[in-house]
Design a protein around this ligand. Structure first.
Ligand SMILES: CC(C)(COP(=O)(O)OP(=O)(O)OC[C@H]1O[C@@H](n2cnc3c(N)ncnc32)[C@H](O)[C@@H]1OP(=O)(O)O)[C@@H](O)C(=O)NCCC(=O)NCCS
Length: 180
């Protein structure tokens, strides 16, 4: 398991799946805002890759996020679009509603940076988020990510076009203890 100061990132366990499906993916607003595509229901028991990771996919790593104190599941995190030539990847995360606003998101980003830069030897990490997602923007910026651009009206979200912000962090800019 990868450890931050508050949360750990471990493999997806069978018992995580119904909780993540119910609390994250059944939520139409959260799904529509977080996924860059139309919300669709996930059939219980299906092998949807958002819930059941394909461990043979070298471009994508999925984690479940747990509290270090007690091991309770609090969300999911991914390193996706891993590009081994350009040594670049995207990061993504989603916390269960009850776990938000407690500093876990900032800690998850810190752990994903450690995984991306140290474990995987990447040179650049990138985050895309809606421009009104203050909690995601702050979680990224607290870890040193900088806003590199705004994709105007790039996301169709529940009846309106919203802007997305692209944030990037380079390995040499990363300060491992920035959020400690
Ligand atoms: C986005 C998300 C991962 C952030 O994690 P979090 O644990 O809630 O965030 P933190 O508690 O670490 O807070 C980070 C910062 O955002 C601020 N913040 C937290 N919730 C906020 C809210 N609802 N509105 C405004 N600011 C907020 C905190 O005060 C903190 O700011 P600071 O660094 O200036 O002190 C989490 O809220 C979440 O899962 N949201 C739903 C899914 C989602 O949006 N995923 C990202 C898709 S790109």
């Amino acid at each position: 398991m990868l450890r931050g100061s508050k949360v750990g990132l471990r493999a997806r366990h069978e018992e995580d799946i119904p909780i993540l499906r119910t609390e994250l993916y059944d939520d139409v607003v959260n799904g529509s805002r977080a996924e860059g595509g139309p919300w669709r229901p996930i059939t219980p028991g299906s092998k949807d890759p958002r819930l059941v990771p394909d461990d043979t996919d070298q471009r994508h790593v999925s984690f479940s996020v747990v509290e270090l104190n007690g091991g309770t599941l609090v969300g999911m995190a991914t390193l996706w679009g891993i590009d081994h030539h350009n040594r670049f990847a995207h990061i993504g995360l989603g916390l269960l509603p009850a776990a938000r606003g407690r500093g876990y998101g900032t800690d998850v980003v810190a752990v994903l940076c450690h995984y991306g830069f140290i474990v995987r030897g990447l040179q650049r990490l990138q985050i895309e988020t809606l421009s009104d997602n203050t909690a995601m923007l702050r979680s990224a910026e607290r870890n040193g990510f900088v806003r590199e651009g705004v994709l105007r009206s790039s996301a169709w979200v529940l009846g309106e076009f919203l802007d997305e912000v692209v944030l990037g962090l380079l390995a040499h800019e990363w300060k491992p203890d920035a959020t400690a």
